[in-house]
Every structure is written in structure tokens, then in C-alpha cells.
Design a protein around this ligand. Structure first.
Ligand SMILES: CC(=O)N[C@H](C=O)[C@@H](O)[C@H](O)[C@H](O)COP(=O)(O)O
Length: 221
């Protein structure tokens, strides 16, 4: 199934707490629009969104469950991961950093349990090169650069972290998915040239409040 992602665009369809589009129907409609535009996969957050997208969108889905916003917050425990898979995600994205996890399991123990108990693949959301290496050793099927610049370990690059994608792609055997702050088609293409197996874009496609602010600020500036 990973092959269907090769060289393609995965669209992350997420709305944040309190936002007008925070509604599974809205996210499913955005995901359906991404299909029309040529996406090869969808990334979605929250059990209701994952369930509705699973029922209405004919693409493999990377599911996650965000709990809070600091520390280990992307699908933080094994229990959260199993729930995401039960909701219909073919791939579960989990925190793939080297930080302690709230349920006390190691990343390797978490991934082993997911593989034992389900047929799902695991995408480890890494924040640094060392995270990515450790995640592959822990058994991750995919390493993503999702958390680059968000864990305090590596500085947050102004644009996407091309260097991290380049280094991880050169060293890892598992596919590296470029994710985070990719805002233009040219940047997405450059990620493939940097070695990414696939490219995940969220905000620049699916978050109208932020996109609007880019334009509004440009006019003010
Ligand atoms: C750091 C974090 O919480 N990332 C989240 C992970 O799912 C999402 O909020 C991002 O939108 C997603 O990673 C896609 O990135 P971007 O929206 O920059 O294209």
C-alpha cells in the first residue's frame, strides 16, 4: 500500500479546536476535494473525522489523535493508536520522538504492539535526525518530519526543513515523508528532489484562516 504514495501528495485535513471547520463533515468534504485535485492519500485527526473520511473518501488514510498541544501530543499512547486504527486509518501517525511517552511504553514497544494487534502501518512523526534514526530502529514503517522545529531539539526553520529530509532520506531504509511548513508546489517538488518518498501538505491547502492571513498581511505590509 505504501507504493501508492510514491512521489505523490498527501493532503492533511485538520481544523483546530474552536474553529468553524472543526466538523467531521467539513473535513470529509475537504478530503473529497483533495481527491479531485489529485491527492494520493489523506492525513486526518480525530476519531470522528477519520471515521467519516474512511466511509466517504477512496484513498488510504493516515490517522492521528492529538491530545493537548505540548509535549507528546500526536497519538501519545498505544490505546490512542489502536482507537485511530479501529476508526478506519490504514496508517497510524504517532509521536516518533525519543521523549518519554505518557503510558510508559517505549516507541519500539508501542510499534510492536500495533503490528501484533492490527494490520496497520506506523508513521513515526519525528522532530530531528536522531528521532528519525531511532524511529526506524524501533520498527516504524514510515518516518515523517512532522515535528521538525516543534520539539525544541532542532531549530524551527523558516520554511520547510529540506536539510532534515535530505539527511534522513540518505540514511534511512524506510520511506521518509516530508511534512511541515510546505507552502508551495515548488517546495513540494523540491522535497521529492531532496529524497522524500512522499509529501504531506496541510495548512497551505486546507486551512483557510491561515491562508487568508498570508494575503491580508501581505496587503498590510
Ligand atoms: C506540528 C503539528 O502539530 N503538526 C500537525 C500534525 O498532524 C498538523 O497541525 C500540521 O498541519 C501537519 O503536520 C501538516 O503540516 P503543515 O500544516 O505545516 O503543512
Amino acid at each position: 500500500m505504501i507504493e501508492t504514495f510514491h512521489g505523490g501528495l498527501i493532503v492533511s485535513c485538520q481544523a483546530y479546536p474552536g474553529e468553524p471547520l472543526r466538523d467531521p463533515r467539513a473535513m470529509a468534504q475537504i478530503a473529497q476535494s483533495a481527491v479531485i485535485g489529485g491527492a494520493v492519500g489523506i492525513r486526518a485527526q480525530g476519531l470522528d473525522d477519520i471515521r467519516m473520511i474512511h466511509e466517504s473518501v477512496p484513498l488510504p488514510q493516515i490517522g492521528l489523535w492529538k491530545v493537548g498541544s505540548g509535549g507528546v501530543f500526536i497519538t501519545p499512547t498505544l490505546e490512542h493508536a489502536l482507537a485511530v486504527i479501529a476508526a478506519g486509518a490504514e496508517i497510524v501517525a504517532i509521536d516518533g520522538t525519543r521523549r518519554p511517552r505518557p503510558d510508559g511504553l517505549s516507541l519500539a514497544e508501542t510499534i510492536a504492539a500495533i503490528h501484533e494487534q492490527t494490520g496497520a502501518l506506523v508513521m513515526a512523526d519525528a522532530g530531528s535526525f536522531d528521532d528519525g534514526m531511532a524511529a526506524q530502529d524501533a520498527g516504524a514503517d514510515i518516518v515523517g518530519t512532522t515535528l521538525a522545529g516543534y520539539t525544541g531539539e532542532a531549530p524551527k526553520t523558516v520554511g520547510p526543513d529540506f536539510e532534515l529530509v535530505r539527511r534522513l532520506s540518505a540514511r534511512l531504509d524506510v520511506p521518509v515523508f516530508a511534512e511541515g511548513r510546505i507552502h508551495t508546489p515548488a517546495q513540494a517538488k523540491a522535497m521529492l528532489e531532496a529524497g522524500a518518498y512522499s509529501v504531506v501538505v496541510g495548512t497551505a491547502i486546507t486551512h483557510p484562516a491561515t491562508i487568508t492571513s498570508w494575503f491580508a498581511e501581505a496587503l498590510r505590509g
